[in-house]
Ligand binder design. Structure first.
Ligand code: ATP
Length: 306
């Protein structure tokens, strides 16, 4: 599989401090790749450098093998970018704005109308082509933002926190669109929300404190984060001391008179152990859910291991 994006020893220093240090990763063709990190981790800095909005202090970025520092125009032709705040001219209609962005992307004059029509169809906004952008909902503005990022059919599309600020329905629609687009383009998408990356992405790159702490498939990431607690609900809950007697249980936290968070280690069949104890002692277990580590714990765990 060909490498669409390669980031090598990338570091960036703003006036007084390093924002990212020694970031290395490679992305191969198609699918969605997640860039996960908490606020201030260095996601936007990394993406801005990849897109050429910011020049790195050290290291290199290659897009389809082209070094962005040596041939910036050629490299940038092959990528599309949707920054955290979409770069929209809100007094333009959708059609006018996309025609303008087609021009910025050096699409041949005779091809422009076709490209604009195609991309409006691709993101599902043809019915609003004559509407002023300022009169669109947040979800449709985001579609226009995505349209400008793919109008020139780039091989890689960079989306910086694309679902931030959208309402729950708009988030579902945006995810659907991102999945569709990923069939033809490689997408690098940033988020500080693990569940968002989990839902959308094939691979995950995680940065924390400006350092890369994980880069592998989503599946390996999920295997890496072992469940560490179980949430249970019991109609006839026993005293906490009884729960602590179950093999592997290390701590019990009472959430209400019927709900507990049970922490455990070294027992891979904790659910079975709890169910068996509940049946024996008539605790009337009505709910049991494995809970994966909180994102903060994962960051801490990975930062220590790196
Ligand atoms: N223009 C700037 N000048 C100085 N420091 C900056 C600048 N932009 C970002 N930083 C700092 O660099 C670090 C990384 O910021 P960056 O915006 O890349 O993180 P992020 O992961 O995208 O966070 P967020 O999700 O909050 O946007 C932070 O400590 C931030 O304060």
């Amino acid at each position: 599989m060909s490498i669409v994006l390669k980031v090598e020893k990338l570091s960036h220093r703003y006036a007084t401090a390093w924002a990212i240090r020694d970031i290395n990763f490679e992305i191969s063709q198609n699918g969605v790749i997640g860039l996960l990190g908490s606020n201030g981790a260095g996601k936007s800095t990394t993406m801005n450098i990849i897109c050429g909005v910011l020049n790195q202090t050290e290291g290199d970025v290659y897009i389809n093998g082209i070094n962005k520092r040596e041939q910036p125009k050629l490299a940038k032709k092959q990528l599309g970018f949707l920054p955290q705040t979409p770069p929209l001219y809100t007094d333009f209609t959708v059609n006018e704005y996309l025609t303008y962005t087609a021009d910025l992307r050096f699409i041949e004059k005779k091809q422009v109308k076709r490209s604009v029509d195609e991309v409006m169809d691709r993101v599902g906004i043809t019915h609003f082509s004559s509407r002023l952008i300022k009169n669109l909902s947040g979800g449709y503005k985001q579609r226009v933002g995505i349209a400008q990022a793919i109008i020139h059919k780039p091989s890689i599309v960079i989306l910086d926190e694309p679902t931030t600020g959208l309402d729950p329905n708009q988030i579902i629609e945006a995810r659907k669109l991102i999945r569709e687009i990923s069939q033809d383009h490689t997408i690098l998408l940033s988020s500080h929300v693990l569940s968002e990356i989990n839902l959308l992405c094939r691979d995950i790159i995680m940065i924390e404190g400006g350092r890369m702490v994980f880069s592998d498939s989503m599946e390996s990431f999920n295997n890496y984060i072992q469940p560490s607690a179980v949430l249970v609900r019991m109609e006839n809950a026993p005293p906490e001391a009884e729960l602590l007697k179950i093999n592997g249980v290390t701590k019990v936290q009472s959430l209400s008179d019927k709900q507990y968070r049970i922490y455990f280690s070294g027992n891979n069949s904790i659910s079975e152990s709890i169910i068996a104890a509940s049946m024996q002692q008539n605790w009337k277990l009505t709910e049991i859910n494995l809970e994966r580590s909180m994102l903060d714990d994962v960051f801490k765990q990975l930062s220590q291991n790196s």
